[in-house]
Design a protein. Structure first.
Length: 163
């Protein structure tokens, strides 16, 4: 019987454990994650016109996403603390959604990937958008948090195909 992929954070006894990355080769690793916040058209307009009561929603969410990526190891128990070389969070309006789309990129040269950092950045940026605009629209919906692509490391490159 052939076995599929195993869970890397579960040891032979079935106990959660941190992966030993000490023997891995250092490579440049990049991950990009995305998400969105669906909202009423008037809420999007309020944000884009800079009229949200709490201030600049997009700038605040961008900074929150960057800060979150740097805190991933304190939030997710088995993640390694990483020396990130770059984190970028781009937030773009999408009137067809309607709402804001978030793309977060994390990069480093190291022995473990940065997927969790990119996903954390995207998630917290979306949560911050919600927090900043909830007074105007409590029906906002956060969704689509997912890894779009990653490169570097032993497992190779990944790129999501399709939507």
């Amino acid at each position: 019987m052939t076995r599929g992929p195993s869970l890397t954070h579960i040891d032979a006894a079935g106990t959660a454990s941190m992966v030993d990355v000490g023997d891995k080769e250092e490579t440049v690793r990049v991950a990009v994650a995305e998400g969105y916040v669906h909202m009423k058209p008037e809420t999007l307009e309020l944000i884009l016109n800079g009229n949200a009561k709490k201030g600049d929603v997009i700038a605040t969410a961008r900074i929150a996403g960057i800060m979150a990526a740097k805190q991933t190891a304190t939030l997710i128990p088995l993640c390694h603390p990483l020396m990130l070389s770059k984190v970028a969070v781009d937030i773009t309006p999408d009137p067809n959604l309607p709402g804001l789309r978030v793309e977060a990129m994390a990069k480093l040269t190291g022995r473990t990937g940065v997927e969790m950092e990119a996903l954390t950045a995207a998630s917290v940026a979306c949560l911050t958008i919600y927090d900043m605009a909830k007074a105007a629209d409590r029906e906002m919906e956060i969704g689509g948090i997912r890894l779009r692509r990653k490169s570097g490391g032993r497992s190779g490159d990944f790129e999501r195909v399709g939507s």
